[in-house]
Design a protein around this ligand. Structure first.
Ligand code: G6P
Ligand code: ZN
Length: 544
């Protein structure tokens, strides 16, 4: 019972990790050996695993507990020395990153499909994070895929399920399993970055907020930190209990999927501040009274005010944003006299910049914001930094955003998603656009004139690696921009994302309806990409 057993298996050809690990429908993961094969493939790419520490946890979705148990048995069969697993099998993605770094683990396995729905018919995912706490780089994920395609055996220690709900250490074969408090290390880290006293005084003064945990993993974190440590009134955190199917909801914090909070914040009973996080706790949504704050604006505002928090009092080394994220953060970087970096979509591209100390803050339009404190985006951290800034300035959140626009101008921004488009049609659209690029400059569309058109490629300034075909960007002389790319995270068909923005510096024109400002950019984008003729879609499925 304590010695490893080797089990014969046949490889699966489809275990290719995407932007954020291997993500598939639950029934795919329930095929016999599917989980075992993939976890073994991960372990086979770790030459130094003997005696090493591994971190393990997930967002609590359907299959989470079962896969935690399987992974523990496989880890014991592969000679790991110790596994740190969050109580109940839970660890938010940023907390996993924190624990990996703090415990000097060889890496971690995070079970999540992020903001995708859960449950027996929902999505599941397995992601490997490296020793720096960040998502494995492409060299590693490619190696995992290659290994998975050739895998014919896995090793495990056969044992009954362990008790995951009691803190403390047990053994599984020769390996130690430590069930840890999933919140403690993370909360301790937050206390070093954020002025908890100032935020406590803010709540004591009657400040009210709502944090919507969307029945996902941030419930326990937000309850412990906001209500427990910072004194926010009980009930500040709603949907606080993680559920296997997220209560049937789509745990993606945006105005569409988190409309209860969004609507509350637009109405007469809006509290002072609204925030939400996603399935695994790395995304965030910020809503001021009467004003949705785009993730792009949130990054820019946090960058402009970060020095007010103890963790960033020394200023920022630099700021990075993914290419489709609006240029608002670049304007702050310019004002601060620090460097701004533009990376491909995907948090992993920030890793080298953070490790090399070139940037302190980074963020993406897809509701991710983070800093050098971990190597994942961090939803609750963003909320706490906002609270720190609100406490330090004494300003209302909406006033703070408007003041930001007055200083830096406003990047009106929207994203249009065309979901579940036929893959061939989507690829055809991108290919046709690519063909057109060279001829576009000078083209006039309505009141806009194309100034530049190219396909984004990224040369990593740290390791020199080149990543190509990362989205098509078209800029207009009128300070507008449109970006086209295909989603890397969908599980059905293809999703075309169209990112639209237009800059406005005139103080008299900062409060216009977003759709109205962007209408000419939308029309130009649809015409250039021939969206309706090629996809049959006259309108996007989701506008955020
Ligand atoms: C995940 C990654 C993010 C990335 C996003 C892009 O959430 O963690 O870093 O921005 O995927 O998703 P997409 O569907 O646009 O490829
Ligand atoms: Zn997520």
């Amino acid at each position: 019972m304590t010695t490893p057993t080797t089990v014969d298996t046949t490889p699966f050809p489809d275990q290719k990790p995407g932007t954020s690990g291997l993500r598939k429908k639950v029934p795919v993961f329930r095929q016999p050996n599917y989980v075992e094969n993939f976890v073994q493939a991960i372990f086979d790419t770790l030459p130094d695993k003997a005696g090493a520490t591994l971190v393990l946890g997930g967002d609590g979705r359907f299959l989470n507990r079962e896969v935690v148990q399987k992974t523990l048995r496989l880890a014991a069969g592969n000679g790991f020395g110790r596994v740190l697993v969050g109580r109940g099998g839970l660890l938010s993605t940023p907390a996993a990153s924190c624990v990996i770094r703090k415990s000097r683990a060889i890496g971690g396995i995070v079970l999540s499909a992020s903001h995708n729905p859960g449950g027996p018919d929902g999505d599941f995912g397995i992601k490997f994070n490296a020793a720096n706490g960040g998502p494995a780089p492409e060299t590693v994920t490619n190696a995992i895929f290659e290994r998975a395609k050739a895998l014919t055996r896995y090793s495990l220690v056969e044992a009954p399920d362990l008790d995951l709900d009691t803190l403390g250490e047990t053994r599984l074969g020769a390996m130690t399993v430590a069930v840890i408090d999933p919140v403690a290390d993370y909360a301790e880290l937050m206390r070093t970055l954020i002025d908890f006293d100032a935020v406590s005084r803010l709540f004591a003064s009657g400040f009210r907020m709502r944090f919507d945990a969307m029945s996902a993993v941030t419930g326990p974190y937000a309850t412990a930190i906001l209500e427990g440590m910072l004194g926010a009134p009980a009930g500040t955190v709603v949907n606080a209990i993680p559920k296997e199917d997220f209560g049937g909801h789509h745990p993606d914090p945006n105005p569409v999927h988190c409309h209860d909070l969004f609507d509350l914040m637009q109405g007469p009973d809006a509290p002072d501040f609204g925030a939400a996080s996603d399935g695994d706790g790395d995304r965030n949504m910020i809503v001021a009274p009467g004003l949705f704050v785009t993730p792009s604006d949130s990054l820019a505002l946090l960058a402009a005010h970060a020095h007010r928090a103890p963790g960033y009092a020394g200023g920022l080394a630099g700021i990075a944003r993914s290419m489709p994220t609006s240029r608002a953060a670049d304007r702050v970087a310019a004002a601060l006299g620090i460097k701004a970096y533009e990376t491909p979509t995907g948090w992993k591209f920030f890793g080298n910049l953070l490790d090399a100390g070139l940037i302190t803050l980074c963020g993406e339009e897809s509701a991710g914001t983070g800093s050098n404190h971990v190597r994942e985006k961090d939803g609750l951290w963003a909320v706490l930094l906002w609270l720190n800034i609100l406490a330090a300035t004494g300003e209302r959140a909406d006033a703070l955003v408007r003041a930001h626009w007055r200083t830096h101008g406003r990047d009106y921004y929207a994203r249009h998603d065309y979901e579940e488009v036929e893959s061939d049609a989507a690829n055809g659209l991108m290919a046709a656009l690519r063909e057109k690029l060279a001829g576009l400059p000078g083209t006039r569309l309505g009141d806009l004139t194309v100034s530049t058109a190219d396909e984004f490629a990224y040369r990593d300034p740290v390791d020199g690696s080149l990543t190509e075909r990362q989205g098509i960007r078209i800029s207009f002389a009128e300070d507008a921009r449109v970006v086209f790319r295909l989603s890397g995270t969908g599980t059905a068909g293809a999703t075309l994302r169209v990112y639209l923005e237009r800059y406005e510096a005139d103080p008299a024109r900062l409060d216009r309806p977003v759709a109205e400002v962007l209408a000419p950019v939308v029309a130009a984008a649809r015409a250039i990409a021939e969206i309706e003729p090629r996809t049959g879609r006259a309108e996007p499925s989701v506008v955020t």
